[in-house]
Design a protein around this ligand. Structure first.
Ligand SMILES: NC(=O)c1ccc[n+]([C@@H]2O[C@H](COP(=O)([O-])OP(=O)(O)OC[C@H]3O[C@@H](n4cnc5c(N)ncnc54)[C@H](O)[C@@H]3O)[C@@H](O)[C@H]2O)c1
Length: 254
């Protein structure tokens, strides 16, 4: 697809990579909307873009809530006059070992609440969004379109991330099968799996854990959101790419 023809929705667009994707797509000529959880954060990103001459349409929506996703797709579709790119970027983690023996001798368990919230946002969210986006595309008559799923190197299984690793592994599996199911309607589906990227999500990591992780990156540094955007742009522009996962991780292997 030509970027000038793109009408995009980026989930989790008020921070980190989502904010970069939304702004960079708009700068490259696409019409762009985004959603996030917090109205004030959404308005701040809209205002920041406006001040730079970019137009971003912000919506408040929780991607894990079915009714909110249905409404988001309808409203963003109406606002942009259609959508042909959907980026499932919203995500979070709630790390913890499955079980851990504390200094007090007590055995601590990863809570069901932490398991469930990550599965809800990082896996159920993309399921709901991709389903509604694809349904709307088909109802509108089809044509070229793309779903980008933000996965992670953690999909291979990263200690302390039972919930996150499962969600991202599931998302990459679904990338492959959605690509097969949706090709007949013109919808391509691509996953992008970053390693460590310089966004606020990393602030949630313990500094010593992060430093140890960066030491294992062959390129010796974390990635920048704009570098992950290059992969998004490649997925948009390469019409023969579907059903695959692009690792953009500085060479890191888990
Ligand atoms: N930063 C990294 O190192 C890294 C590495 C690999 C994968 N990822 C993935 O990339 C994506 C973006 O990460 P980031 O680092 O930019 O994170 P971030 O925390 O900076 O931004 C994520 C955004 O998603 C929003 N969000 C969270 N739950 C939501 C929900 N239910 N509905 C709508 N919005 C919601 C948050 O409010 C936030 O604005 C995530 O899917 C993350 O798992 C990040």
């Amino acid at each position: 697809m030509e970027l000038s023809q793109v009408r995009a929705l980026v989930t989790g667009g008020a921070s980190g990579m989502g904010r970069t994707f939304a702004r960079s797509l708009a700068r490259d000529g696409a019409a762009v909307a985004f959603c996030d959880l917090d109205a004030a954060a959404v308005e701040a990103v809209e205002a920041e873009a406006r001040a730079e001459g970019l137009e971003l349409r912000g919506f408040v929506a929780d991607v894990a809530d079915e009714a909110q996703v249905v409404r988001l797709v309808d409203e963003a579709w109406a606002a942009l006059g259609g959508l042909n790119l959907w980026i499932n970027n919203a995500g979070l983690f709630r790390d913890g070992l499955l079980v851990r023996k504390g200094r007090d001798g007590e055995v601590h368990r990863l809570s069901l609440a932490d398991w469930q919230r990550v599965i809800d946002v990082d896996l159920t969210g993309p399921f709901l969004c991709t389903r509604e986006f694809a349904a709307k595309r088909i109802e509108a008559g089809g044509g070229p379109a793309l779903v980008v799923n933000m996965a992670s190197i953690s999909r291979h299984g990263n200690q302390g991330q039972s919930n996150y690793s499962a969600a991202k592994a599931g998302l990459v599996a679904d990338t492959r099968l959605w690509a097969q199911e949706l090709a007949r309607y013109g919808v391509r589906v691509v996953a992008i799996a970053p390693g460590f990227v310089n966004t606020p999500i990393l602030a949630g990591m313990r500094e010593d854990v992060l430093q140890a992780a960066v030491k294992r990156v062959p390129l010796g540094r974390v990635g920048e959101p704009e570098e992950i955007y290059r992969a998004v742009r490649f997925a948009v522009e390469c019409d023969y790419l579907t059903g695959t996962c692009l690792d953009v991780d500085g060479g890191l292997r888990l």
